[in-house]
Write a protein of this length. Structure first.
Length: 244
């Protein structure tokens, strides 16, 4: 078998061609050689007025065919290697994408962990501050008793019958049934009568010196008719729990 890059055996000056470097040049070199031999053969066999060129030898065609077959085999191997390189490239790109996703997930986890650590530190500081500002139990119980007239019993507290006193030695921090039925306002001091001009909440004062009446006025006449308008009975009903 001849070399991969044969030269034409046609008479003429021979020039040393540079070896091809790319796959296209490797495929085009034997094709160009075969095309030159074919044109020379057809020109030699055609009836012309001038002297035709000599017919190329048969060995030149065989050498060109062998060179073309070798170039095709090399191109096939090159294509296989190129496809393998493309598969490796795709695998590398997928691996790089997976690696980037792993790095992004690690960064997201680091940020979440930093937030958890910050929240944990804040909770520890809150626990320490709450422990330092703890309210003593007697003070807390006293505050609960002060709110007992304004709050209600918890849901798990057993209901007592109306009028039934609470258990002995039991002072819950919520109103009992009697307080809830009577209302908070009814436990205050009753209001004065209609037309009273004294300050609300101020105790009634008694004058140390009685008021002296003139002798000609005398005392009250028991037979005198009282024509003043009768004042209706003022019913002070301020029950704050009408549904109970």
């Amino acid at each position: 078998m001849s070399t991969l890059y044969p030269t034409s055996s046609v008479a003429g000056p021979s020039t040393a061609a540079a070896p091809p470097h790319t796959m296209s040049e490797i495929l085009l070199a034997p094709l160009a050689e075969l095309q030159t031999l074919t044109h020379t053969l057809f020109h030699a066999l055609s009836p012309t007025q001038t002297r035709p060129p000599p017919v190329p030898p048969l060995g030149a065609f065989l050498d060109a065919d062998a060179a073309l077959a070798a170039a095709v085999r090399l191109a096939r191997a090159h294509q296989g290697a190129h496809r393998a390189n493309e598969r490796r490239k795709a695998a590398f790109l997928a691996l790089e994408e997976h690696w980037r996703a792993v790095v992004a997930e690690l960064e997201h986890g680091r940020q979440e962990l930093a937030g958890i650590l910050t929240e944990g530190a804040e909770r520890v500081r809150s626990v320490e501050a709450a422990r330092a500002a703890a309210i003593p139990y007697p003070e807390l119980l006293q505050y609960a008793h002060s709110l007992s007239a304004f709050t209600s019993a918890p849901p798990n507290m057993p209901a007592l019958a109306p009028g039934q006193p609470p258990p002995p030695l039991f002072f819950p921090p919520f109103p009992n049934e009697e307080k809830m039925r009577r209302g908070h306002m009814n436990a205050e001091e009753p209001l004065g009568t209609v037309g009273e001009v004294r300050d609300v909440g101020k105790a009634r004062t008694v004058s140390p010196h009685p008021i002296e009446r003139p002798q000609h006025m005398g005392g009250p006449n028991p037979f005198r008719m009282d024509h003043r308008e009768h004042q209706g009975v003022f019913d002070l009903d301020l029950d704050l729990n009408p549904d109970l």
